[in-house]
Design a protein around this ligand. Structure first.
Ligand code: ATP
Length: 283
């Protein structure tokens, strides 16, 4: 049996955190949306084999238990005592370690696919709960809809509206380690966002308020180590973006433009500056 699942990238329209849990992980207060830049995850099951294999076309991603898709297979296999062999093949389109949730999207796609193939009958809510042990972004990626995400990443409240403007995502050529950035959060110096205002502005399609309420409290931390972030943001704004900010722990920066013509111009202009540039829409 074979199934193909789409695994869309996410961006953080709002990213905030108020404290650390005793286990050291941040309490999140985020607004996320998924975009039409996606990996393609092919999942094949074999009876009487029990072997798990993961392959990607990226050349440098691990194919063993370090791959989040591999972890997703094992979680469902052990929890539901499935003895099928599983072969996962991932066509990567989402830049890796970019703050766009690529690995989490792949893991979520595997969970959705196997839930269907093995007729487990799990709701999205149940899948999200199971998935949290893989990575804090996986529960959100189970849904792939604009949402308010809190807790460790497992509390998902869907928002019935997405930003309907073109979005340009650019990834500078630097590698950012998520744990290194998260360890540097100084909770006394964060400039907190008004996440409720951001949610209301999305619901009421109030673009001016939405742009004004967006933000990412991790941006100054990553930008301090990588000046390319601020440089890219400045460039996007000077080239006509209405708003520009970092996604996740970076280094990707996205810009929203009210006009498609401006977004196209921005995409073309950034190509000389950044080798990975994508023009996308929210799902
Ligand atoms: P994070 O959730 O850690 O902020 P990210 O969105 O910045 O992640 P990812 O593309 O998910 O970026 O990659 C983060 C790390 O996860 C990389 O070090 C990568 O080696 C590892 N990884 C494991 N499995 C995958 C996968 N299927 N696709 C991409 N990265 C993966």
């Amino acid at each position: 049996m074979k199934i193909l699942e789409k695994a869309p990238a996410k961006i953080n329209l709002g990213l905030d955190t108020s404290f650390r849990y005793p286990d050291g992980s941040p309490q999140w207060n985020m607004v996320m949306t998924s975009v039409d830049l996606a990996d393609y995850v092919s999942i094949q099951t074999y009876a009487n084999s029990n072997k798990v294999s993961v392959a990607t076309d990226s050349g440098f991603l691990p194919n063993d238990q370090r791959n989040l898709a591999y972890q997703a297979v094992h979680i469902l296999k052990s929890r539901f005592h499935q003895t099928d062999g599983v072969n996962v093949t991932i066509k990567k389109q989402i830049p890796v370690a970019a703050g766009l949730g690529g690995g989490s999207a792949d893991a979520a796609a595997v969970l959705r696919g196997l839930n269907q193939m093995w007729s487990l009958g799990l709701s999205l809510e149940e899948l999200a709960k199971i998935s949290l042990t893989i990575d804090s972004d996986v529960p959100y990626c189970i849904y792939n809809q604009t949402a308010h995400v809190t807790g460790h990443g497992e509390k998902i409240k869907l928002i019935d509206s997405s930003p309907h403007y073109p979005i340009v995502i650019a990834k500078p050529k630097v590698s950012v380690s998520t744990p290194v950035i998260l360890r540097q959060i100084d909770y006394d110096s964060l400039n907190h966002l008004n996440i409720n205002q951001l949610i209301n502005s999305l619901t009421h399609r109030d673009t001016d308020v939405m742009f004004a309420s967006m933000g990412n409290v991790l941006e100054p931390i990553t930008a301090k180590a990588y000046p390319e972030i601020d440089e890219l943001k400045r460039k996007m704004l000077s080239l006509g973006a209405d708003v520009a900010q970092m996604s996740g722990t970076g280094p990707s920066v996205f810009a929203i433009c009210r006009k498609l013509s401006r977004a196209k111009r921005l995409q073309n202009s950034l190509r000389g500056f950044c080798h990975e540039v994508y023009l996308v829409r929210a799902l």
